[in-house]
Structure formats: C-alpha cells, structure tokens
Design a protein around this ligand. Structure first.
Ligand code: NAD
Ligand code: UGA
Length: 480
C-alpha cells in the first residue's frame, strides 16, 4: 500500500477532542511522536500537571493513558510554531462554535480558529504535510483550508524549500464521558480525501488498533457532511422521544414503556431513546444550526426548516420543564429552596456547554427561586459563568457566599451533606450514579413539606419515592 510513513504528528487544539484522541493514538502508536499544542497556557499546564486527577478534562480512563505516554511519545506544549515545523501530519482540532455576529450569525460555524490554524500551518510547516480536519466543519471547508495552503505553495521563491500539502477530513465521533472507550472501539473511522497516499497514511495509523473493515474512506465532502448528519440524526432522536414524553404525561402513557416498545423494532433500535431534560453538549445544537445554515445557503429552505425544528423542540422542552416545576410548586418559587442535582450536560463529564441545566436554572432564578446546585465534577466558577449572574461584593470566588442576582439566588454545594434541609424540591438534571444511590428516606425526613422530587433523567423508582410521602414527577410518566 502506497503511503507516507508518519513519524511526527502535531495536533492543534488540546480540548475535549484533541487531548483524548491524541492520547489514544500515542498509546497505540509508540513509534510516532505526538505533540499537542494550544494557545491556552493554562490548559497546557493542566495537561502537564503531575497530579493526573487535575487534567483539564475529566474522562474515565484518560488519566491512565496520559500517565503511560506523557513525555515518552506524547507532549503537551504551547510551542505551536516549532511543533508544526517538525510534523509530517497535522490534526486541526480547534473549536468551531456558532458565529455570534455578521453573516450567518446564530447558525453558521465560526471558522476563524480553523482559518488561523491553516495560516499557521502554511507559514511554519516544512516539506510535505498532511493536514487533517478533526474539528467538525461545514461541508466544503477543506476548500478554504486548501486555498490558504495553495497560496503558500504558489508563492514560494525559487530558492526556498518546496512546501506541499494534502488535506483530509477525519471527523471525530467520540461522546464525552465515554471518549476513551469510543476511541478504542469505534463503530467506524471516517477518512475523506483525494490523494490515496495521504489517505493510506492515516489508515495505517488507525490500523494499529481498528480493524480495516471499520475504516471507511470517502470523498472529502461526504466525510464532512456525514459528521454533521450523524449529530443531526442523534439529536433528532432525542427531540423525537422528548416530544413523546410530553404526550405521555397528558395521556397516561409512560415514555420508558413506549421507548422499549419502539426500540425493540430492529429498524428503530433501542439506543438514544432516553427522554431527559433536553440535549446539551457543545455540538448537537451548533452542528444542526450549521446544517440549517448550509441548507438555506444552498436554496433548500424546507430542509433547513426540518432540521431547525429539532433545535426548537429542544428549547421548548427545557422551558416546559421549568414551567412545570413552577406550576407544581403553587405557581411561585419566591423564597423556595430548590436543590439542583447535576449541572453537567450528561454524566461522567465536567462539561457544561449547552447543558439543559443552564436554561432550566436561569428560568427558575427568574422566578426568584433559591437554588442549591451540586455536581460532582463541575466547578463553582464554571456555574458562575454559565448562569451569568452578578455576584455582589468583591468575593465572587468565595463559593460559600450567596450569589445574589436580580431574580433568585444560588449557592454552590461541594457535597451532599445537609443540602436537603428545608428544601421544597429536588430536581435531578444529570444522571450521576451518586444520585441514584442517595438515601431518599433520610432526604425525605429533612425536606420542608409538601416536598417535591423532579426526576428529569428517570433514575429513581417511582414507588420507592412515593412510599416516603414525597411528591414525585418523572419525565414522560403519565401513569405515576
Ligand atoms: P475545545 O474548545 O475543548 O478545544 C479547542 C482548543 O483549541 C482550545 O483549547 C483552544 O484554545 C484551541 N485553539 C483554538 N484556536 C487555536 C489555534 N489557532 N492554535 C492553537 N490552539 C487553538 O473544543 P473540542 O470540544 O475539543 O472540539 C473541537 C472540535 O471537535 C469542534 O469542531 C467540535 O465540534 C468537534 N467535536 C467535539 C466533540 C466533543 O465531544 N467535544 C466530539 C466530536 C467532535
Ligand atoms: C455527541 C455524539 O454522541 C458524538 O457521536 C459526537 O462525536 C459528539 O456529540 C460531538 O460531535 O460533539 P456528546 O455530545 O458527547 O456526543 O454526548 P451524547 O451522549 O451524544 O449526548 C448528547 C446529549 O443528549 C446529552 O445532553 C444527553 O444527556 C442527551 N441524550 C442522549 C438524551 O437526552 N437521551 C439519550 O437517549 C441520549
């Protein structure tokens, strides 16, 4: 098989994708030197922290891999220029959020970080370099990257060393919280490209641990579009089941029973049918909006409207939950203590990006609730940023102070001790295991009556909770 023998990889972007992906490649390919570089100095410091519990990303299994490879063939640094120069393959793994202003604002991807990477690669690389799009990008972004790189190829003076490039698309399908397992045992690896030698070079890397039939190769545009489509289909399933949860609640059906019944049909399948507080995470919303933008751009408004409804349903669903809580608590939350269990967008991650908890907590604060928020992995400082609340005084970093805002106020709780005392309600927003194991009998004794438990993740047993004299609402349960 014709290929270039890759000895040195540079990954630009040490985030949720760059860090874990490169750690696994380093572990599986001990003969390749891998440098992960980032502009963010603090992030790199955290990746190099001697205490492996302090890595910037919490992912089960990540610490052990970093321990095995770091400073052997895996290096984290801010040396962007040097590491680009040394590399024969460069992964672009930077953020691609939704554009906030200008053309396409609110929908299109902001490609300024990707473009900056392409310019850095164009400037600093040497010889032949394979540039791999690892970030999720709008279809035809490779064209932008190529045109920046081609300019350099053309503009080189006769006496300078030649620079040449290949561009591949290799989107990442890992899910947070199970990233290491997803990387080690992927359903498929997707590589889009034009040059067979470049494609084969990347195939050879993955073949170190992924069987060849799981490595799919396509043209660049199919690969770029398949990534957006994959997230859109997954998010669409969540919105579909969440829409049905609302219907279950008013008709006496139960969404778990409905999900089991439809999921048994092998054409539908049982995965991704858990109704919850609405999908979060950094990608679903932004990737669908990107698809919406592209559809509009290419003159397909019906296609755009179809996908946009998935996002609209999700926002409606989050607001539905906070309205429902307010109604159950007699229409007012003023002076009521509500314990919020979980702030991360799903269990086993410290990531709060687009977490349903943000919108739901904001709505409850607008109703002047007093929230006590707990999450085993999310830090107080992150919640403070997400809730955008003005904290009075100069001691905003003192998490023991009450965070007073124009609506309600909130406290951060490091642990679960005593937080339920005199609480009017408990809302489970993230399905962390520790919440499943709570002693609800003890909790019920110290809450203020009438007390409510709202389980948006269906992790509790309805009868167990009701037996304790607590009022109980579970997502999509029209029976209980
Ligand atoms: P992230 O924000 O966690 O990390 C991106 C990093 O890139 C940041 O640390 C930032 O400082 C760095 N960066 C930006 N521009 C840079 C530059 N010019 N030079 C050096 N460093 C630079 O983002 P993420 O969650 O890792 O996502 C990265 C991409 O992967 C996105 O396109 C996302 O859609 C996609 N993706 C994410 C996931 C996920 O689970 N988070 C899964 C699959 C795909
Ligand atoms: C998702 C995709 O699953 C990955 O394949 C993809 O690589 C990634 O996005 C990305 O491109 O960023 P992730 O966002 O980490 O991964 O997490 P998911 O497990 O997909 O969950 C997303 C959201 O949907 C979470 O808020 C989760 O709680 C919710 N969800 C998921 C449900 O409410 N019900 C379900 O049945 C499944």
């Amino acid at each position: 098989m014709n290929r270039l023998n890759i000895k040195n990889i540079c990954c630009i972007g040490a985030g949720y994708v760059g860090g874990p992906t490169m750690s696994v490649i380093a572990d599986k390919c001990p003969n390749i030197i891998i440098n992960v570089v980032d502009l963010n100095e603090q992030r790199i410091k955290n990746w190099n922290d001697p205490d492996f519990d302090k890595l910037p990303i919490y992912e089960p299994g990540l610490g052990e891999i970093v321990k095995r490879c770091r400073n052997k063939n895996l290096f984290f640094s801010n040396l962007i220029r040097e590491k680009i120069q040394e590399a024969d393959m460069i992964f672009i793994s930077v953020n691609t959020p939704t554009k906030k202003r200008g053309l396409g604002a609110g929908k299109a991807s902001d490609l300024k970080w990707v473009e900056a990477c392409a310019r850095q690669v164009a400037q600093f690389s040497k010889g032949h370099t394979i540039v791999v799009e690892k970030s999720t990008l709008p279809v035809r972004t490779a064209e932008v990257i190529k045109s920046i790189l081609n300019e350099v190829e053309k503009s080189l003076k006769d006496n300078s060393e030649p620079k040449t490039f290949d561009v591949l698309s290799n989107p990442e399908f890992l899910s947070e919280g199970s990233a290491i397992n997803d990387l080690l045992n992927p359903d498929r690896v997707l590589i889009g490209g034009e040059n067979i030698h470049a494609i084969n070079s990347l195939v050879e890397i993955y073949k170190n641990w992924v069987s060849e039939e799981k490595i799919l190769t396509t043209n660049v545009w199919s690969s770029e579009l398949a990534k957006l489509t994959s997230n859109a289909f997954l998010a669409q399933r969540v919105s579909s089941i969440n829409s049905i949860s609302a219907l279950c609640e008013v008709t006496g059906a139960n969404v778990k029973e409905v999900a089991r019944a439809i999921g048994s049909d092998s054409r539908i399948g049982s995965k991704f049918l858990n109704s919850g507080p609405g999908f979060g995470g950094s990608c679903f919303k932004k990737d669908i909006l990107n698809l919406v933008y592209l559809s509009e751009f290419f003159g397909l408004p019906e296609v755009a409207a179809f996908w946009e409804s998935v996002v609209n349903l999700n926002s409606w669903h989050q607001n539905r939950i906070s309205r429902l809580i307010t109604k159950k608590l007699f229409g007012t939350l003023s002076n009521k203590k509500i314990v919020v269990l979980g702030f991360a967008f799903k269990a086993n991650t410290n990531d709060t990006r687009e977490s349903a908890a943000i919108q739901i907590c904001k709505n409850l604060l607008d109703e002047e609730a007093y929230l006590v928020i707990h999450d085993p992995k999310v830090k107080f400082e992150q919640i403070e940023i997400d809730l955008e609340k003005n904290v009075l005084g100069n001691d905003s970093i003192d998490k023991n102070k009450l965070n007073i805002s124009k609506g309600g106020n909130w406290h951060f709780a490091d642990n679960l001790n005593k937080i339920f005392e005199n609480a009017d309600a408990v809302i489970i927003l993230t399905e962390w295991d520790i919440y499943k194991k709570l002693n609800w009998q003890e909790v019920s004794k110290i809450m203020r009556r009438p007390s409510w438990i709202f389980d948006t993740r269906s992790i509790l047993n309805t009868n167990d909770i009701k037996e304790l004299g607590l009022n109980f609402w579970q997502i999509g349960d029209g029976i209980g």
